[in-house]
Design a protein around this ligand. Structure first.
Ligand code: ADP
Ligand code: ZN
Length: 219
């Protein structure tokens, strides 16, 4: 099964995708995580991607599509994947359809997460992530704090703030989202597999609540 988790930065894509991975036993594939790993390891792709990411722009389609295509050919995702942060442009969505068609697969469900803009900025500046690449747990110092400040509950590693989680970069990322990625909502609505979920403290709904709901829907 191929599931896409779609949404602006800070809506909880990583949280929802991580929980769906646990609950459904399908691997999460996050392009943001793949880029961050490459940046840390100073690979060619990482050095290139960093220039775009720090400005709040998208990494060019050709690079991103190639990375996902390679990842989807690995054995642990042969039967499916939870795509977190991909696709982010119409071009990426069209290419994904082609990549999957070759394997006899298709996009089965698209979970579209929405959160009011003012909440997004608050969520992102309060976000902390586990520095352990194998763990990648996500916290929010207000909404979902770790038991011990600065330490990951799951693995004990140090929690850090993502370099692109500054108020200035968030504004650029939101703008990029609305121009480049938001058209995908219509694209997948037309394919008939879109579920839209509001993630917001105003309705008392966090990523974990949405993940539980999605599991019920998929049953
Ligand atoms: P967020 O959704 O909070 O911005 P991600 O970890 O999904 O966080 O992405 C971080 C950055 O990585 C994005 O701002 C963008 O620069 C880059 N990126 C991630 N996925 C893609 C993609 N599918 N296409 C282009 N750039 C991407
Ligand atoms: Zn951890």
């Amino acid at each position: 099964m191929i599931i896409i988790v779609l949404g602006a930065p800070g809506t909880g894509k990583g949280t929802v995708a991580g929980l769906l991975q646990e609950k459904l036993g399908i691997k999460q594939v996050s392009t943001g995580d793949i880029f961050r790993k490459n940046i840390k390891e100073r690979t060619e792709v990482g050095i290139l991607a960093e220039k775009y990411i720090t400005k709040g722009n998208l990494v060019p389609d050709d690079i991103t599509i190639k990375i996902v295509e390679e990842r989807l050919n690995e054995p642990d995702v042969i039967n499916g994947a939870i795509l977190d942060g991909f696709p982010r442009t119409i071009k990426q969505a069209e290419e994904l359809d082609k990549i999957l068609a070759v394997k006899g697969q298709k996009v089965d469900k698209v979970i579209n997460l929405t959160t009011p803009d003012e909440e997004i900025i608050e969520r992102i500046v309060n976000r902390r992530v586990c520095s352990n690449q194998e763990c990648k747990a996500i916290y929010n110092i207000l909404l979902n704090p770790p038991k011990i400040e600065g330490i990951c509950d799951k693995c004990g590693s140090e929690l850090v703030t993502r370099k692109d989680d500054t108020e200035e970069t968030v504004k650029a990322r939101l703008e990029t989202y609305f121009i480049e990625t938001n058209p995908l909502v219509e694209y997948y609505k037309n394919q008939g597999n879109l579920i839209t979920e509001l993630v917001s403290k105003s309705v008392n709904k966090l990523g974990k609540d949405v993940a539980n709901e999605v599991v019920q829907i998929l049953k």
